[in-house]
Design a protein around this ligand. Structure first.
Ligand SMILES: Nc1ncnc2c1ncn2[C@@H]1O[C@H](COP(=O)(O)OP(=O)(O)OP(=O)(O)O)[C@@H](O)[C@H]1O
Length: 327
């Protein structure tokens, strides 16, 4: 049974001519939570978001929000709001009027819409800049205006399409902290499209990994990272080795592989490359069958017994850290 603020995708498909961009995906988003739709370019995540927002039609299937089918409703009647990648601010309108714009469209009088826009600007900490034009703002400030503008409609679900991609790396990390804080304060659902694993891990209560028009895996950030179920997820999330053993394919985190003396571990290997990474040293080695395995060793530990390309070593791991892959 669908409850209030539940967003559910029921066998949602999007076709553009012959291209199947989204293939019968099913998912129930956790209410009041931060979800990241994660996947490589072209996997269908933006199409999914645009269908939820109503900026793209659903070819087959249904989108349910709080128990009602919103698939055929215009964007403004869905209870969702979208924040775009390039923020799409009106250059000739002040910050306050940009934020108040959707209320103007609804015919709300100027006094009331400015009061509400003022409240939204307070929420995103931009009260002092209400009279500026967008091009007099930094990228981070423009992003906050775009957020305030999306939130003024009081959506049940806020949809964010690559919201941090226009920011430099430093600001991106700061803004992602602000997004997460805002989501918790407002208690509504945020669905955020990204192709950045780090971004998804840092932000998401739930990560939905898409590949090739389908959902490969969904779960808490920790589950998806620690226990990938497919080869694609293990490789895409990073930080894992995929090993073919006689019993099947397994994923093991690179920091769960320990180095031993030859014949003291589970497998013997030959070191092929060593990379210093500051807190860790990444040691690449080759086992029989030409498979390469990376071991991420804390740097102090590595330097007690350093290894070099060509050295024979043993590789060891705890069996509980191996995750069998289904595909
Ligand atoms: N308007 C369109 N017309 C035709 N094909 C489209 C259209 N929009 C998207 N596609 C195709 O649908 C597939 C999924 O695209 P989508 O934009 O949803 O992927 P994405 O995962 O968001 O990628 P990116 O991270 O590059 O934005 C791609 O093969 C894309 O080329």
């Amino acid at each position: 049974m669908t409850k209030k603020h539940d967003l559910e995708l029921v066998k949602v498909t999007k076709r553009y001519g012959q291209t199947v961009a989204v293939d019968a995906i099913q998912h129930r988003f956790q209410p009041s939570s931060y979800t990241c739709l994660l996947g490589p370019s072209g996997c269908g995540k933006s199409s999914t978001l645009r269908m939820i927002a109503g900026h793209e039609s659903v070819t087959e299937g249904a989108i349910l929000l709080s128990g009602r089918d919103i698939s055929a409703l215009p964007p403004a009647q869905r209870g969702t709001a979208m924040m775009f990648q390039n923020y799409a601010l009106f250059p000739h309108l002040s910050v306050l009027d940009n934020v108040a714009f959707s209320l103007k469209m609804k015919g709300v009088d100027v006094k009331e819409r400015h009061t509400k826009a003022g409240e939204m600007l307070e929420l995103v900490d931009l009260t002092a800049l209400a009279d500026r034009l967008p091009d007099q703002l930094s990228g981070g400030q423009q992003q906050r205006v775009a957020l305030a503008r999306a939130l003024i409609t009081r959506p049940e679900v806020l949809l964010l399409d690559e919201p941090l991609s226009a920011l430099d790396p430093f600001l991106r990390i700061r803004m992602r902290g602000e997004l997460k804080k805002l989501q918790k304060e407002l208690g509504i659902s945020f669905i955020h499209v990204t192709h950045g694993q780090d971004e998804a891990l840092a932000l998401a209560d739930e990560i939905v990994v898409m590949n090739d028009a389908v959902i490969e895996q969904a779960g808490s950030a920790r589950d998806v990272f620690n226990a990938p179920t497919t080869r694609f997820v293990a490789q895409f999330m990073g930080g894992h080795n995929v090993i073919a053993l006689p019993e099947g394919h397994f994923a093991i985190r690179t920091d769960a592989v320990a180095i031993t003396a030859p014949q003291k571990g589970r497998l013997d290997a030959q070191v092929t490359a060593v990379e210093y990474q500051g807190t860790h040293v990444s040691l690449l080695s080759r086992i029989t069958g030409d498979q390469e395995i990376t071991a991420l060793v804390p740097e102090a530990e590595y330097f007690t017994t350093p290894h070099h390309p060509g050295d024979r070593i043993g590789l060891h791991w705890d069996a509980k850290n191996l995750h069998q892959l289904t595909a």
